[in-house]
Design a protein around this ligand. Structure first.
Ligand SMILES: Cc1ncc(C[n+]2csc(CCOP(=O)(O)OP(=O)(O)O)c2C)c(N)n1
Ligand SMILES: [Mg+2]
Length: 268
Protein backbone atom coordinates (compact mmCIF):
# COMPACT_ATOMS: atom_id res chain seq x y z
CA UNK A 1 0.00 0.00 0.00
CA UNK A 2 1.40 3.47 -0.81
CA UNK A 3 1.34 6.21 1.82
CA UNK A 4 -1.64 8.02 0.26
CA UNK A 5 -3.73 4.83 0.40
CA UNK A 6 -2.51 4.25 3.95
CA UNK A 7 -3.56 7.77 5.01
CA UNK A 8 -7.01 7.22 3.53
CA UNK A 9 -7.33 3.87 5.33
CA UNK A 10 -6.17 5.53 8.56
CA UNK A 11 -8.83 8.24 8.28
CA UNK A 12 -11.55 5.69 7.54
CA UNK A 13 -10.49 3.52 10.47
CA UNK A 14 -10.31 6.51 12.84
CA UNK A 15 -13.76 7.57 11.78
CA UNK A 16 -15.13 4.11 12.51
CA UNK A 17 -13.36 4.00 15.88
CA UNK A 18 -14.52 7.40 17.14
CA UNK A 19 -18.05 6.90 15.85
CA UNK A 20 -18.32 3.45 17.41
CA UNK A 21 -16.94 4.63 20.78
CA UNK A 22 -18.61 8.05 20.70
CA UNK A 23 -15.11 9.38 21.26
CA UNK A 24 -13.39 12.73 20.69
CA UNK A 25 -10.35 14.17 18.91
CA UNK A 26 -11.07 13.20 15.33
CA UNK A 27 -9.97 16.69 14.15
CA UNK A 28 -6.46 16.31 15.57
CA UNK A 29 -6.24 12.72 14.34
CA UNK A 30 -7.05 13.81 10.78
CA UNK A 31 -4.59 16.71 10.83
CA UNK A 32 -1.68 14.31 11.43
CA UNK A 33 -2.90 11.28 9.42
CA UNK A 34 -0.75 12.10 6.38
CA UNK A 35 2.35 12.63 8.53
CA UNK A 36 1.88 9.29 10.29
CA UNK A 37 1.20 7.43 7.04
CA UNK A 38 4.39 8.80 5.46
CA UNK A 39 6.50 8.17 8.57
CA UNK A 40 5.42 4.54 8.90
CA UNK A 41 5.36 3.79 5.17
CA UNK A 42 8.41 5.67 3.91
CA UNK A 43 10.71 6.88 6.65
CA UNK A 44 10.87 4.90 9.87
CA UNK A 45 12.58 1.53 10.08
CA UNK A 46 10.52 -0.44 12.59
CA UNK A 47 9.71 -4.11 12.14
CA UNK A 48 6.06 -4.73 13.15
CA UNK A 49 7.07 -8.27 14.17
CA UNK A 50 9.87 -6.95 16.45
CA UNK A 51 8.68 -3.57 17.78
CA UNK A 52 11.15 -3.79 20.68
CA UNK A 53 14.25 -4.21 18.50
CA UNK A 54 16.89 -1.95 20.11
CA UNK A 55 18.03 -0.71 16.68
CA UNK A 56 14.56 0.46 15.60
CA UNK A 57 13.84 4.08 14.83
CA UNK A 58 11.88 5.73 17.63
CA UNK A 59 8.63 7.60 17.04
CA UNK A 60 7.15 9.51 19.96
CA UNK A 61 3.61 10.86 19.77
CA UNK A 62 3.16 13.67 22.24
CA UNK A 63 -0.40 14.73 21.30
CA UNK A 64 -1.76 11.54 22.86
CA UNK A 65 -5.41 12.62 22.67
CA UNK A 66 -5.23 11.91 18.93
CA UNK A 67 -3.94 8.35 19.40
CA UNK A 68 -6.74 6.86 17.28
CA UNK A 69 -4.66 7.78 14.20
CA UNK A 70 -1.51 6.19 15.63
CA UNK A 71 -3.38 3.00 16.59
CA UNK A 72 -4.98 2.85 13.13
CA UNK A 73 -1.59 3.33 11.44
CA UNK A 74 0.04 0.63 13.56
CA UNK A 75 -2.88 -1.77 13.05
CA UNK A 76 -2.84 -1.25 9.29
CA UNK A 77 0.94 -1.78 9.23
CA UNK A 78 0.58 -5.14 10.99
CA UNK A 79 1.77 -4.38 14.52
CA UNK A 80 -1.37 -6.12 15.86
CA UNK A 81 -4.57 -7.59 14.39
CA UNK A 82 -6.67 -4.72 13.05
CA UNK A 83 -9.90 -6.09 14.51
CA UNK A 84 -8.54 -5.36 17.98
CA UNK A 85 -9.35 -1.72 17.28
CA UNK A 86 -13.06 -2.58 17.54
CA UNK A 87 -12.60 -2.20 21.30
CA UNK A 88 -11.10 1.31 21.04
CA UNK A 89 -12.04 3.46 24.07
CA UNK A 90 -14.34 0.76 25.47
CA UNK A 91 -14.35 -0.23 29.13
CA UNK A 92 -11.59 -2.76 29.79
CA UNK A 93 -9.90 -2.24 26.41
CA UNK A 94 -6.14 -1.98 26.08
CA UNK A 95 -6.78 0.67 23.41
CA UNK A 96 -7.23 3.62 25.73
CA UNK A 97 -8.42 6.90 24.23
CA UNK A 98 -5.05 8.47 25.08
CA UNK A 99 -1.92 6.71 23.86
CA UNK A 100 -0.99 3.58 25.78
CA UNK A 101 2.51 2.09 25.67
CA UNK A 102 0.94 -1.35 26.13
CA UNK A 103 0.08 -1.35 22.43
CA UNK A 104 2.76 -3.01 20.25
CA UNK A 105 4.69 -0.27 18.44
CA UNK A 106 3.84 2.54 20.87
CA UNK A 107 6.95 3.95 22.55
CA UNK A 108 5.33 5.93 25.34
CA UNK A 109 1.98 6.61 26.96
CA UNK A 110 0.91 10.20 26.36
CA UNK A 111 -2.04 12.52 26.69
CA UNK A 112 -0.92 14.78 29.45
CA UNK A 113 0.41 17.35 27.03
CA UNK A 114 3.88 18.85 27.13
CA UNK A 115 5.94 15.90 28.37
CA UNK A 116 7.04 13.77 25.47
CA UNK A 117 9.55 16.05 23.76
CA UNK A 118 11.66 15.88 26.93
CA UNK A 119 11.59 12.08 26.73
CA UNK A 120 12.43 12.02 23.02
CA UNK A 121 15.29 14.45 23.62
CA UNK A 122 16.63 12.23 26.40
CA UNK A 123 16.48 9.19 24.11
CA UNK A 124 18.27 11.12 21.35
CA UNK A 125 20.92 12.23 23.85
CA UNK A 126 21.42 8.64 25.10
CA UNK A 127 21.66 7.39 21.51
CA UNK A 128 24.42 9.93 20.82
CA UNK A 129 26.33 8.89 23.92
CA UNK A 130 26.04 5.23 22.93
CA UNK A 131 26.88 6.02 19.32
CA UNK A 132 23.74 4.30 18.05
CA UNK A 133 22.29 5.60 14.82
CA UNK A 134 18.51 5.22 14.95
CA UNK A 135 16.30 8.23 14.19
CA UNK A 136 14.28 9.89 16.92
CA UNK A 137 11.13 11.59 15.65
CA UNK A 138 8.71 13.39 17.97
CA UNK A 139 5.34 14.79 16.92
CA UNK A 140 3.79 17.57 19.00
CA UNK A 141 0.68 19.66 18.54
CA UNK A 142 0.64 23.43 18.25
CA UNK A 143 -1.53 24.11 21.30
CA UNK A 144 0.82 21.90 23.26
CA UNK A 145 3.68 24.32 22.62
CA UNK A 146 1.94 26.65 25.07
CA UNK A 147 3.30 24.30 27.76
CA UNK A 148 6.55 25.69 29.16
CA UNK A 149 7.93 22.18 29.66
CA UNK A 150 8.55 21.91 25.89
CA UNK A 151 10.94 24.83 25.92
CA UNK A 152 13.44 23.07 28.18
CA UNK A 153 14.29 20.32 25.65
CA UNK A 154 14.09 22.95 22.90
CA UNK A 155 16.96 24.71 24.72
CA UNK A 156 18.80 21.48 25.56
CA UNK A 157 18.88 19.73 22.17
CA UNK A 158 21.13 22.24 20.35
CA UNK A 159 23.45 22.42 23.35
CA UNK A 160 24.17 18.70 22.92
CA UNK A 161 24.18 18.81 19.12
CA UNK A 162 21.31 16.34 18.81
CA UNK A 163 21.16 16.06 15.04
CA UNK A 164 19.49 12.65 15.47
CA UNK A 165 16.35 14.40 16.75
CA UNK A 166 13.53 15.51 14.44
CA UNK A 167 10.64 17.42 15.94
CA UNK A 168 7.48 17.71 13.86
CA UNK A 169 4.86 20.28 14.80
CA UNK A 170 1.29 19.59 13.67
CA UNK A 171 0.51 23.27 13.13
CA UNK A 172 -3.25 23.07 12.57
CA UNK A 173 -3.75 26.48 14.25
CA UNK A 174 -6.51 25.21 16.57
CA UNK A 175 -6.45 23.89 20.12
CA UNK A 176 -9.32 22.48 22.16
CA UNK A 177 -11.45 25.56 22.70
CA UNK A 178 -9.95 28.23 20.50
CA UNK A 179 -7.53 29.28 17.79
CA UNK A 180 -3.89 29.10 18.86
CA UNK A 181 -3.34 32.75 17.91
CA UNK A 182 -6.10 33.79 20.32
CA UNK A 183 -4.95 31.64 23.28
CA UNK A 184 -1.15 32.02 23.33
CA UNK A 185 0.07 32.97 19.88
CA UNK A 186 3.13 30.96 18.78
CA UNK A 187 4.24 33.42 16.13
CA UNK A 188 6.85 34.09 15.01
CA UNK A 189 7.32 30.33 15.38
CA UNK A 190 10.11 29.87 12.84
CA UNK A 191 12.11 32.74 14.34
CA UNK A 192 11.63 31.32 17.85
CA UNK A 193 13.18 27.99 16.86
CA UNK A 194 15.95 29.66 14.87
CA UNK A 195 16.83 31.78 17.87
CA UNK A 196 16.99 28.59 19.95
CA UNK A 197 19.52 27.30 17.35
CA UNK A 198 17.33 24.71 15.60
CA UNK A 199 17.25 24.14 11.86
CA UNK A 200 13.71 24.87 10.66
CA UNK A 201 11.82 23.65 7.60
CA UNK A 202 8.19 24.54 6.89
CA UNK A 203 6.07 22.17 4.84
CA UNK A 204 2.52 21.39 3.81
CA UNK A 205 1.73 18.61 6.28
CA UNK A 206 -0.67 16.96 3.84
CA UNK A 207 1.73 16.76 0.89
CA UNK A 208 3.19 13.26 1.02
CA UNK A 209 6.15 13.93 -1.26
CA UNK A 210 7.11 17.00 0.76
CA UNK A 211 6.84 15.12 4.05
CA UNK A 212 8.93 12.19 2.76
CA UNK A 213 11.62 14.38 1.22
CA UNK A 214 11.87 16.72 4.20
CA UNK A 215 12.02 14.11 6.94
CA UNK A 216 14.52 12.03 4.96
CA UNK A 217 16.75 14.99 4.15
CA UNK A 218 16.82 16.47 7.64
CA UNK A 219 17.42 13.10 9.31
CA UNK A 220 20.37 12.40 7.03
CA UNK A 221 21.91 15.81 7.64
CA UNK A 222 24.41 15.13 10.44
CA UNK A 223 25.45 18.74 10.95
CA UNK A 224 25.24 18.85 14.74
CA UNK A 225 21.91 20.70 14.73
CA UNK A 226 18.47 19.39 15.79
CA UNK A 227 15.74 19.81 13.19
CA UNK A 228 12.17 21.02 13.49
CA UNK A 229 9.60 20.60 10.76
CA UNK A 230 6.72 23.03 11.04
CA UNK A 231 3.97 21.14 9.23
CA UNK A 232 1.12 23.41 8.23
CA UNK A 233 -2.00 21.29 8.50
CA UNK A 234 -5.76 21.52 8.58
CA UNK A 235 -7.59 20.27 11.63
CA UNK A 236 -10.21 17.73 10.46
CA UNK A 237 -8.50 17.40 7.05
CA UNK A 238 -10.55 15.32 4.61
CA UNK A 239 -14.09 15.99 5.81
CA UNK A 240 -15.55 19.37 4.88
CA UNK A 241 -17.71 19.96 7.94
CA UNK A 242 -14.79 19.15 10.25
CA UNK A 243 -12.07 21.15 8.53
CA UNK A 244 -10.76 24.17 10.45
CA UNK A 245 -13.50 24.00 13.07
CA UNK A 246 -13.05 24.18 16.82
CA UNK A 247 -16.19 22.06 17.30
CA UNK A 248 -14.56 18.94 15.85
CA UNK A 249 -11.83 18.82 18.47
CA UNK A 250 -14.28 17.16 20.82
CA UNK A 251 -17.36 16.23 18.77
CA UNK A 252 -18.03 12.66 17.68
CA UNK A 253 -19.90 11.90 14.44
CA UNK A 254 -23.44 10.49 14.75
CA UNK A 255 -24.55 7.92 12.20
CA UNK A 256 -25.58 10.47 9.55
CA UNK A 257 -22.38 12.47 9.87
CA UNK A 258 -20.36 9.24 9.95
CA UNK A 259 -21.89 8.09 6.64
CA UNK A 260 -21.43 11.54 5.16
CA UNK A 261 -17.74 11.59 6.19
CA UNK A 262 -17.09 8.09 4.86
CA UNK A 263 -18.59 9.09 1.54
CA UNK A 264 -16.40 12.19 1.38
CA UNK A 265 -13.25 10.26 2.21
CA UNK A 266 -14.08 7.59 -0.33
CA UNK A 267 -14.46 10.11 -3.10
CA UNK A 268 -11.43 12.30 -2.48
C1 LIG B 1 -1.44 18.92 30.44
C2 LIG B 1 -2.76 18.91 29.70
N1 LIG B 1 -3.58 19.96 29.81
C3 LIG B 1 -4.78 19.95 29.18
C4 LIG B 1 -5.16 18.87 28.42
C5 LIG B 1 -6.52 18.85 27.76
N2 LIG B 1 -6.39 18.94 26.31
C6 LIG B 1 -6.62 17.87 25.52
S1 LIG B 1 -6.30 18.21 23.91
C7 LIG B 1 -5.89 19.81 24.27
C8 LIG B 1 -5.41 20.78 23.25
C9 LIG B 1 -5.68 20.38 21.85
O1 LIG B 1 -5.09 21.22 20.92
P1 LIG B 1 -3.69 20.91 20.31
O2 LIG B 1 -2.74 20.68 21.42
O3 LIG B 1 -3.35 21.95 19.34
O4 LIG B 1 -3.97 19.50 19.58
P2 LIG B 1 -4.59 19.19 18.13
O5 LIG B 1 -5.08 20.49 17.56
O6 LIG B 1 -3.48 18.63 17.33
O7 LIG B 1 -5.69 18.22 18.38
C10 LIG B 1 -6.01 20.05 25.63
C11 LIG B 1 -5.75 21.37 26.27
C12 LIG B 1 -4.26 17.79 28.34
N3 LIG B 1 -4.54 16.69 27.59
N4 LIG B 1 -3.07 17.84 28.97
MG1 LIG C 1 -3.77 22.15 17.29
Amino acid sequence: MDSKSLALQVRMKVLEMVHHANASHVGGAFSMADILAVLYNEVLTIDPQHPGDPHRDRFFLSKGHACSALYATLGLQGFFPLEQLDTYAMDGSMFLSHTSHKIPGVEISSGSLGHVLSIATGVAFAAKLKKTTFKVVCLVSDGELNEGSNWEPIMLAPQHKLDNLVLIIDYNKIQSLGFVKDVIDLEPLRAKFESFRWEVVEIDGHNHEEITDTVTTVSNNKNGIPKVIIAHTIKGKGVDYMENTILWHYRSPNIDLYNNALKQLGTT
